[in-house]
Design a protein around this ligand. Structure first.
Ligand SMILES: Nc1nc2c(ncn2[C@@H]2O[C@H](COP(=O)(O)OP(=O)(O)O)[C@@H](O)[C@H]2O)c(=O)[nH]1
Ligand SMILES: [Mg+2]
Length: 358
């Protein structure tokens, strides 16, 4: 299963965010290196569509998708040269598939650390970039030597040279000028900044009114390279502990709607290239994860391998359309269900029924 790593400076609120998302019990403490062990947790991806389908079909059960997070030791300035937990830390993010950068904005005199999220970002990126410079330099060296006997390496070398030039300017690969193909060519080297990223600006409850002003400079810095979400992590972590009704009351009372955690979970899920299709019936209404771009048989295989092996066709309707029609049965009777074959590319929000024979 692909994972996201929660990355940030000490006391940025990483463990608090991890706990809020996963209901975990990672140590939350106001000193560096509180987290010396890696914690892995699973967050449910809230999806209103499941609830609505559950009502339409009078389902006995609702099932959601999940996304896995890793809370690792803090990154400190100098990590690339072995400060703090240094290489162990960097090793911890090397094998995840995407990163959530937690940038601190909240002010609390009892919790050491800066409160400028943009400065956090620059400190973090510098460490990640320095580690990548070292990796690319050593790979370039190897490839140049090997290329004397193997001309096929020239392409990889030129991409690495391009990446190195940007990294040396301090630019992470995720917001460099490298295109998708060039970034794919670098994948075998497991660069830290060649992973998709998402940023969370951790605000204090008292800063909720300034959310836009706190998020904007960070969003401007990323441009299109990443989504930036403002979250009052501690508030949401506390809310997450409450029974559903009280939680809704607290969050809505503060004008936060469903809260920011569902958005973080959904953005993280999306960042990993995951998409959701749905099934609905009186037994259950359920969200299923498929890989963006997957064809119908592959998506069917997520439900059960038999459905992929014996795939005949899929009956499909978009979620919005199904809601408009009112029920699966009515959609069937009025000919609103499309019949799709094995070349159909499944879309997020498709409601499916698979016909198969094994
Ligand atoms: N006042 C305030 N404190 C927070 C907030 N978020 C986290 N903290 C505190 O900051 C300290 C460090 O948080 P933690 O999640 O352990 O940070 P980590 O080092 O990044 O894992 C803890 O004492 C938290 O209670 C917040 O939004 N407001
Ligand atoms: Mg921690």
């Amino acid at each position: 299963m692909e994972r996201l790593s929660i990355v940030g400076l000490p006391n940025a609120g990483k463990s608090s965010l991890f706990n809020a998302l996963t209901g975990g019990d990672a140590t939350v403490a106001a000193h560096p290196f509180a987290t010396t062990e890696t914690n892995v947790g699973v967050a449910e991806v809230p999806d209103r569509r499941v609830e609505v389908l559950g009502e339409l079909s009078h389902s006995k059960k609702l099932v959601y998708t999940h996304v896995e997070f890793v809370d690792i030791a803090a990154l400190v300035a100098g990590a690339a040269t072995g400060e703090g937990l240094g290489n162990r830390f960097l090793g911890g993010i090397r094998d995840v598939d995407a990163m959530v950068l937690v940038l601190r904005a909240f002010e609390d005199p009892n919790v050491i650390g800066g409160t400028d999220p943009l400065e956090d970002l620059h400190t973090l990126e510098l460490e990640l970039v320095l580690a990548d410079v070292a990796t690319v330099e050593s790979q370039l060296d190897k490839h140049r030597r090997a290329s004397k006997g193997d001309k096929s390496l020239a392409g990889a070398i030129s991409v690495m040279e391009k990446a190195l030039a940007e990294l040396e300017e301090g630019t992470p690969v995720y917001r460099s000028s490298l295109d998708a193909e060039e970034r794919a060519a670098l994948r075998p080297f497991f660069l830290l900044t060649n992973k998709p990223v998402l940023a969370v600006v951790n605000m204090g409850e008292d800063q909720l009114g300034d959310a836009d002003a706190l998020v904007k400079p960070v969003q401007d810095e990323f441009g299109d390279a990443a989504d930036v979400l403002g979250v009052s992590v501690q508030l949401e972590a506390e809310a997450a502990q409450l029974p559903a009704e009280e939680r809704t009351e607290l969050l809505e009372g503060l004008g936060l709607g469903e809260g920011a955690l569902p958005r973080v979970a959904r953005a993280a899920y999306h960042l990993l290239g995951r998409r959701t299709f749905l099934t609905t019936g009186d037994t259950e209404s359920r969200a299923w994860t498929f890989r963006a771009g997957a064809k119908a048989p592959e998506a069917a295989g997520v439900i059960h391998t038999d459905l992929q092996r014996g795939f005949i066709r899929a009956e499909v309707i978009a979620y919005e359309e199904l809601v408009e029609v009112g029920s699966w049965q009515k959609a069937k009777e009025t000919g609103k269900l499309r019949v799709e074959g094995k070349d159909y590319e499944v879309k997020d929000g498709d409601v499916l029924e698979i016909r198969f024979n094994v």
